[in-house]
Design a protein. Sequence first.
Lengths: 123, 123, 123, 123, 123, 123
Amino acid sequence: MTIRGQIWGEDAEAIERTLEETDADLARYVREFAYEEVMARPGLDLKTRELAAVTALVALGAPKELATHLEGALRVGASETEVRETIIQAALFVGFPRALAAMKLLAAVLHRRGGAEPPAGPI
Amino acid sequence: MTIRGQIWGEDAEAIERTLEETDADLARYVREFAYEEVMARPGLDLKTRELAAVTALVALGAPKELATHLEGALRVGASETEVRETIIQAALFVGFPRALAAMKLLAAVLHRRGGAEPPAGPI
Amino acid sequence: MTIRGQIWGEDAEAIERTLEETDADLARYVREFAYEEVMARPGLDLKTRELAAVTALVALGAPKELATHLEGALRVGASETEVRETIIQAALFVGFPRALAAMKLLAAVLHRRGGAEPPAGPI
Amino acid sequence: MTIRGQIWGEDAEAIERTLEETDADLARYVREFAYEEVMARPGLDLKTRELAAVTALVALGAPKELATHLEGALRVGASETEVRETIIQAALFVGFPRALAAMKLLAAVLHRRGGAEPPAGPI
Amino acid sequence: MTIRGQIWGEDAEAIERTLEETDADLARYVREFAYEEVMARPGLDLKTRELAAVTALVALGAPKELATHLEGALRVGASETEVRETIIQAALFVGFPRALAAMKLLAAVLHRRGGAEPPAGPI
Amino acid sequence: MTIRGQIWGEDAEAIERTLEETDADLARYVREFAYEEVMARPGLDLKTRELAAVTALVALGAPKELATHLEGALRVGASETEVRETIIQAALFVGFPRALAAMKLLAAVLHRRGGAEPPAGPI
C-alpha cells in the first residue's frame, strides 16, 4: 500500500480529490515528493514519522493538517496514549496554547473515530 | 482566590470542565504548573502578567487562548485602553496582521461583556 | 487612486468601515502608515509588493489578511498563475501545510470572484 | 526626553548611527513611527510597554532587539526581578527554549551593566 | 538514572551549572517540571520523545537547545540515520531553511562526538 | 544555466560542496526538487521568485539562507532598491525586528560584493 494509503486510510480518496481540486501541481508535489519520496524513506519507522509530523504541526498551529496526521498517527499504529504524550511534551517546547489547541483537536478526531463526545466549552 | 479564579472569573467552572475533558494530565499541568505555580509567582503584578500573556498570544496567533487572556486582563484590572495599547504596540514587533486579528477578537470579547456590536465585515 | 483603493477594490468601503469599528487608531496606522506610506513607496512595483505580501502571510498563516492580499494581488495585475506559483514556492521555505492552507484559500477567493466551486473536502 | 532616549539611554547615539547606516528610511520609520508615535502613546506606562516588548521578542527569538529591550526595560524602571518574571512566564506561552535563550541574554545584559559574570557553558 | 542524566550524558554537570547560573527558578522548572515530570512520563519511549523534541526545535529554529537534543537523541538510542531522517522530514512541514540549519548543526554535533570534520562553507 | 547557477553565481561550487557534506540526500532534494523543479517552474519570473524568497526568509528569521537569497535576488536582476523595499515592506507583516535584522544582513552582503563598510554598532 502507498504511504498515503496507510496514513490517510478511508479518507484517501476524499483527500486526493480535494488536493487535486485545490491545485494539481501542488497536489502532485504532496503525493510524489512529500509522501511517496520523503515519508516513504527507510531509516525511520512510519509511527515515529507520524508522531514527529504531529509535533511539527502542533508547533505550526496548523489545524487541518494536524487533524490529518493525528488520525494518521493512530492509523499507522500509535496508541492514543502515545499521541497524547507527544502533544503534552510539545507544551515544553512550543508552549501550552499550541498544546491545548492540539489536544482539543485530538478529542474531535477521537470522537469522529467513534469515541466520546469532544469537549465543547471554552478554553 | 486562586489565580485561575481571578483570570477566568465567571467562566472558571466551564474552562476547568473543558480542560478536564480534553486531557486530565495536561489540565493538571495548566492548573498546577502554569497558573498556580508560575502565574502566581510574586515579583510581577497580575495585570502586567496578563498584558504580557496577551502579547505572547498575539505573537502566536492563538485565538482561543488570546480571548481567554484578553478577558483575563480586563478582569484583573487592565483598562480597555491598556489592552488596546498592548495590541497596537504588538504590531511593531510581530506585524499588523496579528495585531488586527487580535483587535477584532477584543471587539468580540468586549461585546460579550456587554459592549457594542463587534464589527462583522471583512478585513 | 489610493494604494488602498487599488488593493481593496470594490471591498474598500467595507474594509475601511470594519477597520474603523475595530480600533480607530490602529485603523489609522494601517491606512496612513502601512498602505499610503510604506506600500506606496516607489522603487518596487505594486504587483511584486502584493506577491511579497502573499508570501509573508502564507508564512504567518494569517487567513483573513491573506485572503485580502490574494485578491489584492489579482486586482493589481498578478495573474492567477503568478499567485499560484508564489504559493507553491512558499512550500519550500515554510513547508507544505502553510502552502496547502493558502492554496485552499485562493480557491475560495477565486470562487468569490466568479470562478469554479472551491474544494470542500478534507485535506 | 524622547522615548528613544529613555529606552536606549547611553547607547542612543550608537544605535541611531547603526540604524542610519543600515537603511535611512527604515531608520526613520523606527524612530518616527515605532518609537515616537506608537511607543509614545499615552494609555500604557513605559515600563509595561517595555515588558510587553520583551515578551514579543522572546516569542520571536530575536536576540539583538531583545537585548536592546531587556536593557530598555531596566532603564525605564523595571526591576531585575520583573524582567526575570516576564521571561519565566513566557516559557508557558512560547516554550522553554525561547525562555532559556532570553534568560541567558539577560545574564549578558546584566553583566554588561556591571553585574556578575554571565554563564558561559552549554545549555 | 534521571532523565536529565540519560539525555545530557557527560554534559549533565556543565548544563546544570549553566542553568543554575542563568536563573535558579527557571533552572528548577526545567529540571523538575520539563525533564523529571513531563519527559519522564510513561506512555512514550525516550527515543521517540527525543526525536519529537528535535522536530519541535527544528521548527522553532533554536540552535542551542537543538544541539542539546540532537546529542540527546543519539544518547538515548536513536541512530544517526534516524536523526537525519527526522530532520529531512521536517523540511516538509517547516521548510528547507530550518532543515538545512538543523542538518549543519547535526554535522557539528557528530564532529564533537568524534566524527568527521563538519562542513565549513556557506549555505 | 541551471537555476542554482543563476542564484548562487560564483558561490555555486562552494554551496554545492557544503550541502553535499551536510547530508547527501537533503542536498539532492534541495538541488533537484527545490531549485530545478520548483524554482525553475514557468509562470513567475526569477526576480520575483527571489524577492518572495527574501520575504519568506525575513519572516522566518533564517540568516544563512537569507544571505544566500539576498545575494541571489541581486544576481538575478533585482536592484538594491528593490531588495531594500522588499525588506522595509516585510516590517508591516512580520514586524520591525525581523526587518532590521534582514537589513543589517543586506549591508553585510553588499559590503562583501564590494560596497561600503557594513554598520558594526548595536541595534
